[in-house]
Design a protein around this ligand. Structure first.
Ligand code: SF4
Length: 507
């Protein structure tokens, strides 16, 4: 298929009437309404004019359990196969919405409403590639390093596409996309936002710049790269938790241990764990705000140094040692960060000044143990959207019944066969981990909006009861896909879409 720019309705101006002339046809799969010449694709590259017929360009993706029978499936790597024409097993084949097409405008039933018998029960799966003008991604970046202030703009290619939200345990959260960036700003802002969401959702890297903070390269399932430095470890806990975990292992190796952390810095001798172990006072004085014994907030500014602070020298968080409270020459002090990445060892001299020495091997081993207990740092991308009226009316003549059915866990929601978490409250608002979906599951249309697969699976009886489009139900073998089919093996961690633990994730 040659890929040549088509005329969109917008560029074609008043040429709508020209549809049908000289081999041109109009695509009605999204509001852009491209008029497409023979042999060309529309503005989104998803639909084409093949000898006067409007076709979906990409093959329709089906998940086939038998493909994974030979061993563990490695997602996205060389295990995908073109459909070889054999009969598909109803219980072992799941029809995803990837490549299925859309139903815009809303009066049409979903492109595929496919019945199959599973364990003696008649099931039906309704699939649509939904057009999401109102969607976003939530990004979790495992890092102690400071990415930027809460509420700061996150930019891609210079455009605001989202903002920094809360810092959670060991991770910084970003919220990208959403209705305001996609449709509420300039045309370029909407386009750049859509591009960034699409790239992230399809598992590719995007460089993000945070106002007043860092740049970070985010790629789903890969380590984040902060200011050009790949992150390796997610911290084992806050400084206080680290004291709790390793206090016993430090016993006898150092008189005092400080775990430097931007959020909660821990001090062994003052901490409850130290008290229980009988560790005597050391006369240490900490800067920052004391929360509870041995736990200090705000010891330094956030940054990309020790424990997510802006410090290269950990001694900057200490005041003078107090001899009246136990400080003495020869007292030993071990300082370490919550990832074990930074560590230093000091001995107080005659003037009670900490002098750096080489870290004794047993202490270095505990720092290694901290590192060993850290999870690999990853970026996680969750696509989030709401199945609105258009989608729901593709499923049933009475769309609110689909919402009720989902909330009652009668209907399971999946995205490209991956389990979706459905939020409590109104509507069918769902989130899905993009790494659990087949490759290139997402597309876009230049309204701008993302195109995402969504499947609703339920018993045929429930489908009938909710007012489903029963006259459009087809058996799997009858579900003709002129553009061809692509079989992929299930992703190993996913529950099988028909299974009882299919992960509808309803409230
Ligand atoms: S952008 Fe794509 S889906 Fe929308 S009308 Fe054009 S070809 Fe069809």
């Amino acid at each position: 298929m040659s890929v040549v720019a088509s005329e969109t309705a917008e560029t074609a101006g008043g040429k709508a009437a020209a549809a049908g002339e000289a081999g041109k046809i109009r695509c009605d799969a999204c509001p852009v309404m491209c008029i497409i010449k023979d042999g060309m694709t529309g503005a989104c590259d998803r639909y084409a004019n093949a000898a006067g017929e409007l076709i979906r360009v990409d093959p329709h993706v089906l998940i086939d359990r038998t493909l994974s029978a030979g061993g563990e499936f490695v997602p996205f790597l060389g295990r995908e196969a073109e459909w070889d024409g054999r009969l598909l097993g109803e219980a072992t084949t799941f029809v995803t919405a990837i490549g299925a097409g859309t139903t815009y405008p809303d009066y049409k039933p979903a492109p595929f409403i496919v019945a199959s018998e599973v364990d003696g029960v008649d099931m039906v799966t309704v699939v649509t590639e939904g057009i999401f003008s109102y969607c976003g991604v939530k990004v979790k970046i495992d890092t102690d390093r400071w990415l930027g202030p809460e509420q700061a703009m996150v930019r891609a290619d210079g455009e605001a596409i989202g903002h920094v939200t809360t810092g959670e345990y060991g991770s910084q959260m970003l919220s990208l996309g959403g209705v305001h960036h996609l449709t509420g700003g300039s045309k370029r802002e909407g386009k750049v936002t859509c591009d960034a969401l699409l790239t992230l959702s399809n598992g590719l890297p995007v460089e993000l710049a945070i106002d007043g903070g860092s740049t970070v390269i985010v790629e789903a399932g890969k380590a984040p790269i902060v200011n050009g430095v790949p992150e390796t470890r997610m911290r084992v806990g806050c400084g206080s938790a680290t004291i709790g975990m390793f206090a016993k292992q430090w016993l006898g190796l150092a008189d005092e241990v400080v775990v430097v952390d931007d959020h909660i810095t821990g001090v062994l001798s003052e901490h409850q764990a130290g008290k229980l172990l009988g560790i005597p006072d050391t006369g240490i004085r900490m800067k920052g705000r004391r929360s509870t014994p041995g736990r200090y907030f705000q010891v330094a500014e956030p940054g990309t140094g020790w424990g997510g602070t802006n410090l290269d020298d950990p001694l900057a968080i200490l005041g003078a040692f107090d001899p009246k409270k136990g400080a003495r020459p020869g007292l030993t002090l071990f300082m370490v960060s919550t990832t074990g990445e930074h560590a230093a060892y000091f001995v107080l001299d005659e003037a009670l000044r900490p002098i750096e020495h080489a870290i004794p091997a047993p202490l270095a081993a505990v720092a290694e143990r901290i590192a060993e207990n850290c999870e690999p740092a990853l970026s996680t991308v969750l696509f989030m959207g709401g199945a609105g009226g258009s989608l729901r009316s593709g499923v049933t003549e009475n769309p609110v019944r689909l919402t009720h059915s989902v909330k009652q866990a009668l209907t399971r929601v999946t995205c490209g066969g991956a389990p979706a978490y459905v939020w409590p409250g109104g509507g069918i608002t769902f989130m899905v981990d993009v790494t659990r979906m087949p490759s290139n599951a997402f597309g876009y249309v230049p309204t701008p909006a993302l195109v995402a697969p969504i499947e609703f699976t339920m018993t045929l009886a429930d489908y009938q009861a909710l007012g489903g489009h029963m006259d459009h139900v087809r058996r799997l073998a009858q579900a003709d896909t002129p553009q061809g089919r692509r079989l992929v093996a299930p992703i190993s961690d996913n529950p099988w879409p028909f299974g009882p633990s299919g992960g509808g994730g309803t409230s």
